[in-house]
Design a protein. Structure first.
Length: 256
C-alpha cells in the first residue's frame, strides 16, 4: 500500500467501499487506488457509465446485482447470498478483495453490517472506507444545512412500524420511502398508494395537512439531474408515482 494511504485505510482482507451517489463522479482518490490494488472487485450497480469507468480501474469487476437482485425477492435473502458470495471469495483470495456499493459503505447498508460481523467472526480483516452518502447529495439538492435546525434521519418503514416520535423542531428526513412497508426488492417499482396513505396518516399525527413535504431523488447516472417535488402532506398519496427506489422525503420544522 502507498505510504500516503497508510493510516487512512489499513491493510485488510476485505475493503468495503462506496462509489458515492452519481455514477463515478463521487469516487474518492483513495477508493480508486484501492480498486486498482485489490485482486478481486465485486460491485452492486446498474449504471452503465460506472461499469465502464470501473473497467479502467480493475480488469474484471464482478457485478453481483443481476445475479442476486430479482424483483419481489426478499431483501434479507438477497443480502445473505451476497455476503456468502463475497466471503467465499475472501477465504481463497491471495490479495485483498473489494466490495463496492452505492453511496457510503456504512450508511444504510445491511450488507456491509453483515460483512463486518461475519467476516470478522471468521478472522478476516474487514475495513470500511469513507464515501459520499445520499445525505451528502441531499444536503445540496435540498439546500439543507443540518446545523440550522438539527436533523432527524429515519428509515420510512421502520419509523412507520414503530410509530417513532418525530422531532418537529428539526428537519426530518425519511429514507427509502419508495419501499414503505415492503421487505422485497423493489428497484423498479414505486410505493403502493395504500402504504403511502398509511405513512401520510402517521405523519398527520404530528404535522398539519398543509405542512410541506419535499420528495427528493438524487441524480445517479450521467446526464440526469436531481428532482425535487413539493406537495402538502395531505396530498402525499397523489405523489406516490415519484416515490421510487431512489426517493427520500424531507419535512421542514413546524413553524413556532
Amino acid at each position: 500500500m502507498s505510504r500516503a494511504l497508510e493510516g487512512w485505510a489499513p491493510e485488510a482482507d476485505l475493503y468495503l467501499l462506496g462509489s458515492g451517489v452519481q455514477s463515478f463522479f463521487d469516487l474518492s482518490l483513495g477508493t480508486q487506488y484501492l480498486l486498482e490494488e485489490c485482486g478481486q472487485v465485486f460491485c452492486l450497480h446498474d449504471m452503465p457509465s460506472l461499469e465502464r469507468y470501473l473497467g479502467r480501474l480493475t480488469p474484471e469487476p464482478v457485478n453481483l446485482l443481476p445475479r442476486y437482485y430479482r424483483e419481489g425477492r426478499e431483501r434479507g435473502e438477497i443480502y445473505d447470498d451476497i455476503v456468502a458470495h463475497v466471503l467465499e471469495a475472501c477465504r481463497s483470495a491471495e490479495a485483498p478483495v473489494a466490495f463496492l456499493m452505492h453511496g457510503h459503505p456504512l450508511f444504510y447498508s445491511t450488507i456491509s453490517e453483515r460483512l463486518l460481523e461475519r467476516g470478522r467472526r471468521e478472522g478476516l480483516r474487514v475495513v470500511a472506507v469513507p464515501g459520499v452518502s445520499s445525505l451528502d447529495r441531499m444536503f445540496v439538492d435540498l439546500e439543507l444545512d443540518p446545523a440550522r435546525h438539527g436533523l432527524q434521519v429515519l428509515e420510512a418503514t421502520s419509523a412507520l412500524t414503530a410509530k417513532l416520535p418525530l422531532c418537529t423542531e428539526h428537519d426530518v428526513l425519511f429514507l427509502q420511502v419508495g419501499g414503505i412497508g415492503d421487505l422485497t426488492a423493489t428497484r423498479t417499482a414505486t410505493a403502493r398508494e395504500e402504504a403511502v396513505a398509511e405513512f401520510r396518516d402517521y405523519l398527520l399525527g404530528t404535522y398539519p395537512q398543509s405542512h410541506p413535504v419535499r420528495i427528493v431523488e438524487c441524480a445517479v447516472e450521467v446526464g440526469f439531474e436531481a428532482q425535487v417535488t413539493q406537495v402538502p402532506l395531505g396530498q402525499l398519496v397523489e405523489a406516490a408515482p415519484v416515490l421510487n427506489y431512489n426517493a427520500s422525503a424531507h419535512l421542514p420544522p413546524l413553524e413556532s
